[in-house]
Ligand binder design. Sequence first.
Ligand code: APR
Length: 244
Amino acid sequence: MHQVSQPGSIVVLTGAGISKESGLDTFRDRDGLWARVRIEDVATPEGYRRDPQRVQAFYNARRRELSEGGVEPNPAHLALARLEREWPGEVLVVTQNIDDLHERAGSSRLIHMHGELLKVRCVRCARPLPWAADIEATSLCPECGRADVLRPHVVWFGEVPLEMDRILSALERCFLFVSIGTSGHVYPAAGFVAAVRDAGRARAVELNLEPSHGASLFHEVRTGPASVLVPAFVEEVLTSGAAF
Ligand code: APR
């Protein structure tokens, strides 16, 4: 019986750079978020315990920016949704981003490893719940009805990223790993390319405005804006198929 080779699976890692051309800030660029606020103050459990209002205000402003319109998926997000639709094998997008631009572009096989800005988590019920408004101390948990218990459903430094088992299994199996718009400074995402290289199966490609911290680990690095690189790359993958 002729063994029909299954089309390989593709894993795409995205970072803040893919949403930059949609108007959202990155973190470590000169004009990035961490040039304006300190990680310790707004993106750690200690910062939240020290001054919850300050942390809520930081995420309320980012949530308003995302939900009050004007921020739309760009051609890079749309190209990844096209890849999921048209590639015959599995395509999984693993994003470090907490915006909803991949969903709005049409990607459905998606993991938000650092959580989601448009969800909250009750410190009592621990369940993530959709939430587009500001979080106030008076905001009531829809599940348990208590006030002053809602925090952003965002993974802070020192907390455990989400769905790591599923991510590592996908990295192990894929034949193509693409990293887009991430500086390669924050683990575990920064270690994904090494995991792929260790598995010895996949081709690793980086699409970034400039070579990332981990660029030397990739088989190929293309530099430029994601809105230009990603649609061209997706077209190449779809036209060359598994021979890519
Ligand atoms: N197209 C492609 N890449 C871009 C663009 C663009 N238009 N603009 C910027 N970049 C690149 C930058 O060169 C940089 O390498 O995107 C990368 C953004 O890097 P960071 O700001 O460090 O963002 P990211 O890698 O996503 O950060 C990872 O760190 O602070 C935590 O939780 C936060 O998820 C975040 C994580």
